[in-house]
Design a protein around this ligand. Sequence first.
Ligand code: TYD
Ligand code: MG
Length: 471
Amino acid sequence: MARRAPAFVCQNCGAVYGRWQGKCESCGEWNTIAEESAAADVTAAAPGRPGRKGRPFKLEPLAGETHEAPRHPSRIAELDRVTGGGFVRGSVLLVGGDPGIGKSTLLIQAAAAIAKTGERAVYISGEEAVAQVRLRAERLGLSRAEVELAAETSVEDIIATLSQGKTPRLVVIDSIQTMWTDSVESAPGTVTQVRGSAQMLIRFAKRSGTAVILVGHVTKDGQIAGPRVVEHMVDAVLSFEGEGAHQFRILRAVKNRFGPTDEIGVFEMTGGGLREVTNPSELFLSERDLGAPGTAVFAGIEGTRPVLVEIQALVAPTTLGTPRRAVVGWDQSRLSMVLAVLEAHCGVKLSGHDVYLNVAGGLRIQEPAADLAAAAALVSSLTNAPLPADAVYFGEVSLSGVVRPVAQAAARLKEAQKLGFARAVLPESARGEAGEPGIALSTVDNLASLVADIAARGPGRSPAKLRRQEA
Ligand code: TYD
Ligand code: MG
């Protein structure tokens, strides 16, 4: 018989304990452990079927015919790029993101796009009333789209409804945290309920061939709330990111069984919904403060696409015992490394300075190739020497201070040239790979020579000088 003993489940990571405790040992969160009924967990072994004899099945050889996963493109190019060419039949996608970032907006637009191809698209909201969803669709100019709507939260009812009539091509469940199933006794929103509901919807997707999109909320530290376990159950996890203050939104694949995980889709939130941004560089560079010290343009690569973005640094004398190191949009430990290399090999003393680094536009850079641009911005801010406004930077910095080559130099240079940049500062060894670029190349083989170059440019318009000019 099934155990009726209570179980204590961490609502953050899903770890199960025999008794209550204040801190989850698995994820380190406090006060996340809540009592749930263990027997009702659908993931536990099915009770009441002891000793069932197994049925032998046929094993297949690895070699054999394969078919390309049948896909349904949404024709929203930025979305299709991230999914790997469209929604795969029978697959389940989890879309995570902060509240208010635009998940519902993106997905109603996707549902409308699928409906436009003549296929059945269903949008189930567990958070908003049908009238609210309609209101949003009206604002998006989609009120004529043939998307079927419902405000429902019972998974059994949803699956029963969806199983009638023509098989839907796409079903959006907004959000998985509001769903509940009868097969689980816990309250809606608990890990057990979310997992149980997700499992039933996944089974429905596989059985019917419908592509199902689950919306998942994100906790304050950026993880999909509660059901980390759901991330393992679904075929793809997309995260929808952006800075509240910026209109840019970035869709990124965190996991994808049917496509790439390094592509990004860039959108702009407008009064009429999400608009695709086909040339992100132009957007990220649109509000540059030309001639100000502490900014460098990084020629990066996101997936297969070059993206130019401004890196801003502020280095200021500290008033604290321990100087501050703050980063937005880049890796904190990479900043520490670049600072250490500047101190150790370039004679740049930063221990008495607060350092702030920001990637403009809300983009999050993961490439080590940004090292050189970050270092240039930092030194420029420290020496108050503006960098040339028509230059881009890329290159990885090693612990010894050597500037190392990075992949796809030619693509980076081409994008820079396209956007009107006249020169690139890049690793010595990238020159051969660059081919015949239409822009001037200045190569650096180590960080110390870059620092010397920037320092030699001398201070630009200092605040004091500006003030004097104004007077
Ligand atoms: P929403 O899709 O409801 O976010 P989520 O589902 O991720 O919580 O988007 C809400 C925000 O988007 C809200 O602050 C208003 C803004 N928005 C626009 O700026 N333009 C629009 O056309 C729409 C529909 C929303
Ligand atoms: Mg929403």
